[in-house]
Design a protein around this ligand. Structure first.
Ligand code: IMP
Length: 208
């Protein structure tokens, strides 16, 4: 059985493929569907955006689709950038533009007030079935970037239990404890329970 990962973000795609590699399914990325352009994520919440992406990709590919939407919620900024994390410093902002803006906004925030969390909502859509899970990880926004791995806000997101920023972790390490890794593991559990059923329903479809 095939599942399409409904994201154009190759960093997220690599992480998701890594976590789901032990499922007995063929994971496709949107690179295999070049006709699918940018999907407008105009939902007001992570939940809405995850569903917009999964529904759209399912509609266009007719295959089961899995999408994630993630936001960095910083306490001292009243939960910003949140759903606007990708566009924090403007449309088409690069990862480093966003990180630099965050560090600037946080420049006068003392160390004991720099708490934040990464929250991921994951949506799976296949026909009438829509599954949603979410998870999060608490951390602290550093004063300077640390580490060279990962992407996005990884160099400024410090996880106390690991004594590292996400960017100082390998992908395997990050996936074991991260917001996306944990949400994916929840989704994987739900899918495993239902995959057998979905697969057999598809097998039963009349061949055209
Ligand atoms: P999206 O809307 O889910 O694609 O994610 C919004 C933005 O959040 C991305 O463009 C990244 O800047 C950031 N982001 C999402 N996931 C991560 C992550 O795991 N680490 C660091 N930044 C992330």
């Amino acid at each position: 059985m095939k599942i399409v990962l409904a994201t154009h973000n190759k960093d997220k795609c690599l992480e998701m493929m890594d976590v789901l590699s032990n499922l007995n399914i063929e994971l496709l990325s949107l690179h295999e569907f070049p006709e699918i352009g940018e999907i407008i994520e105009d939902g007001a919440t992570l939940e809405e955006n995850a569903l917009i992406k999964a529904r759209m990709v399912h509609k266009l590919t007719k295959l089961p689709a899995l999408a994630d939407d993630t936001g960095l919620e910083v306490d001292a900024l009243g939960g910003d950038p949140g759903v606007f994390s990708a566009r924090y410093s403007g449309e088409n902002a690069s990862y480093s533009d966003n990180v630099n803006k965050l560090l600037k906004e946080m420049e006068n925030v003392p160390n004991d007030k720099r708490m934040a969390k990464f929250r991921t909502v994951m949506a799976f859509v296949e026909g009438e079935m829509e599954l949603i899970v979410e998870d999060c990880v608490k951390g602290i926004i550093t004063n300077v970037m640390k580490g060279i791995d990962g992407f996005g806000y990884d160099p400024v997101f410090y996880v106390p239990e690991m004594n590292k920023t996400y960017a100082e972790m390998s992908m395997k390490e990050k996936n074991q404890i991260s917001h996306r890794g944990k949400a994916l593991m929840k989704m994987q559990k739900l899918l495993q329970e239902r995959l057998y059923k979905i697969f057999h329903q598809m097998e039963d479809l009349p061949k055209t």
